[in-house]
Design a protein around this ligand. Sequence first.
Ligand SMILES: Cc1ncc(COP(=O)(O)O)c(C=O)c1O
Length: 474
Amino acid sequence: MAGVGRKSRALRVHTFPARCVWCGENPAGAARFSVLTGGTRANKISKQCRPERRHILFRPRRSCCAARAGSTVTSHLLPTYARVNLAFERGEGAWLIATNGDRYLDFTSGVAVNALGHAHPRLVAALTEQAQKVWHVSNLYQIPEAERVAQRLCDASFADVVFFCNSGAEAMECAIKMARKFQSASGHPERYRIITFEGAFHGRTLATLAAGGQKKYLDGFGPVVEGFDQVPFGDLAATKRAVTDETAAILIEPIMGEGGVRVVEPAFLRALRELCDQRGLLLLFDEVQTGMGRTGELFAYQRVGVEPDIMALAKALGGGFPVGACLASSEAAKGMTAGTHGSTFGGNPLAMSAANAVLDVMLEPGFLDRVRQTALRFKQRLAEIKDRHPSVIAEVRGEGLLIGVRAVVPASELVDALRAEKMIAVSAGDNVVRLLPPLIVSDEEIAEGVARLDRACAQLGRARRTPRQEEAVR
Ligand SMILES: Cc1ncc(COP(=O)(O)O)c(C=O)c1O
């Protein structure tokens, strides 16, 4: 163990006759100042910069001073996220208010989580009321709030049964286990393999990483969980070829979210359903991102009319409270008997009160119609913006309020430019910027978002033009 993660080594304080390696200044105004050392130059910082008693220091994305570049440097949090140096202390509907009082238009919604926006009064009331009753009881007892959410989800979908958990990856784990168990309970324990698609994202547990098959996420984490066969996105012939006597199921996101808002053709989903029926396979939909109204239907599969056997949900289901769910037909779930799966927190009364409040709002007549109308108007406006800025935007795609803007410039530059306009968006694969406003976004807020995108694109376009080109534009 010697030398592995030695805390004391990372925390030793030394004095150095040097400038802070991050900000290039001498904040102490003295010839020497204290630094924390982690053994390398990259782990030194002036003592004044320390927000807390001790911290880990991370190299910012850019080589210049982190404070100036606006990227994070110090934290006790494990550095698995490239965080921007921006914190929010409040939210109101589609707006986030930063700690310095600046108001940001939130077109990320916590990556498709805050479907009802921030601090929705119905969610706040439901959670407040439940918090005064009971937060958590073990799944060894009846949980009426969970029964109610399950009943409502089943009434609104293909499903007969629901398993509750706390995240998308857990919902997917349940889906994977259930598919294998179904085959085993059907007398085919040898059928355990699942066909997945290149570019997919299903979560960060070992099995869901293997399902996604992305090398950059799997690298260094040891042997990849066995049993996933990846085929090219949208390639039916390759999918058919990949089916063997060991195949249990096919797993797909109806719209690839993290992979770059790539919409799967309805005909392809229909063909997968047929293939599954012919070969005794289960069809699994990962609707963690597409689910709960995001596409203008409660579930994206309803847009196409192709039903899965198992479906994973999370993100918007709790409106910001961590809730995941695995829905299934009773046939697909037949192997999941008492003791085969579990989650301590899954479906506890507090989480379920949030999910019930989300459903109260989303199932109200007209809610999804409004999402569809808003999305249509938004996409029309985005098409105009694309035409105005061909040097910045290559394509606008997606369904409902799950919108991908494929950029000509690096997507991260467009995200940064939007943030400079006080609007937050999130990048995805294929050089795409996702625009995911809350589903309650107003027409005025959509117009405001479009105006900010227009300004961000104009700024990026200007930055890329030579002075001569700029002159010609004027
Ligand atoms: C389609 C899809 N599946 C699964 C996940 C994993 O969800 P979580 O991060 O809640 O584990 C995500 C997260 O982005 C997702 O987009």
